[in-house]
Design a protein around this ligand. Structure first.
Ligand SMILES: [Fe+2]
Length: 164
């Protein structure tokens, strides 16, 4: 029986640049490497993300993305504030009604969603209400006053993760 998604693998132009984004800003933990590849985990699997340096990339569609699970909205707001301080490219927060989220654009223009599931009891009957996406300005309010982070500190190449 299928259990869920184990990991995603992405092509990147430059592993060092991507490492500063996924490890340095988002705080994924590096767990291994092969020539031209790096592997990261957020804790659930040996690796949740595999990156391969390919140089040139295929154009991305603007829809393709993956979502990192965040434990609660307070954490989501803290990560949002930290990413904002780090100068990450952030798209508007969205309330998908079944989950609340915001989106980042990584150094290779891959879209990374960070989200929190709404409790399953609130999902509503089939079909799920994906037609009702609405703005989620509450995340901005939660994020304000957080994130006393220095972008230079975050992007300066320290091994300490910034937003985890
Ligand atoms: Fe998504």
């Amino acid at each position: 029986m299928l259990h869920g998604i184990n990991h995603i693998a992405l092509p990147v132009r430059n592993l060092d640049v991507s490492d500063r984004f996924y490890r340095g800003i988002l705080g994924l933990r590096a767990v291994g490497e092969r020539p031209g590849m790096k592997f990261y985990t957020a804790g659930l699997h040996h690796h949740d993300l595999a990156l391969m340096e390919t140089g040139a990339l295929f154009p991305v569609s603007g829809f393709a993305h993956f979502c990192l699970d965040v434990e609660d909205e307070q954490s989501l707001a803290a990560i949002y504030a930290c990413c904002r301080a780090a100068g990450a490219r952030i798209l508007e927060p969205v309330d998908h009604t079944v989950m609340r989220a915001f989106y980042l654009v990584d150094p290779d223009d891959h879209i990374v969603e960070l989200g929190v599931d709404v409790p399953q009891s609130e999902w509503g009957p089939w079909p799920n209400p994906f037609g009702r996406d609405v703005a989620y300005p509450e995340l901005l309010s939660l994020a304000d006053g957080r994130g006393n982070y220095s972008a230079q500190q975050i992007l300066g190449g320290t091994s300490k993760s910034a937003c985890a």
